[in-house]
Write a protein that binds this ligand. Structure first.
Ligand code: ZN
Length: 141
């Protein structure tokens, strides 16, 4: 585990029609946020999430073409290939209140979204390829 201090905090609305992952990433890169925790709520006009197949070591992408609520988006920002990278998971709900979700990937179209970014100051964690899982993870130390 690594110790960080809370830095700047940003709260705001993301643009209607934008891609959710791209919009969060753009907000972080515009402010040179290299380490943060993030959370958001809102709604999407369409959703796509990832599910990691642990045996095959690859992501399967699931499409949800209907409108849905973002019940909770939670995630972090750290450095990957020298640039701030967002890793987030979303819990979504359909028009019957049924929840589903997964790893946030490109393909979620914003209807409305309120984002909170809490910057963490200190040496940012960097992601590197992890042989065991096949994922770009932080080191274990
Ligand atoms: Zn994930």
């Amino acid at each position: 585990m690594h110790e960080f201090k809370t830095g700047r905090e940003f709260v705001g609305r993301l643009p209607h029609g934008a891609d959710l992952l791209e919009a969060i990433t753009a907000q972080c890169r515009a402010r040179d946020i290299r380490m943060a925790r993030i959370s958001a709520i809102g709604a999407l006009t369409q959703a796509r999430v990832g599910y990691y197949e642990q045996d095959a070591k690859k992501y399967q992408e699931l499409d949800f073409p209907g409108h849905c609520e973002i019940l909770a988006l939670i995630g972090n920002v750290s450095v990957r290939d020298g640039a701030p990278a967002v890793h987030a998971h979303v819990t979504l709900a359909d028009d019957a209140g049924k929840a589903f979700g997964g790893h946030l990937v490109a393909g979620c179209r914003i209807f409305a979204c309120e984002l909170v970014i809490t910057e963490l100051t200190g040496d940012p964690l960097a992601r590197g390829f992890d042989e065991t899982t096949g994922l770009p993870l932080w080191s274990e130390d």
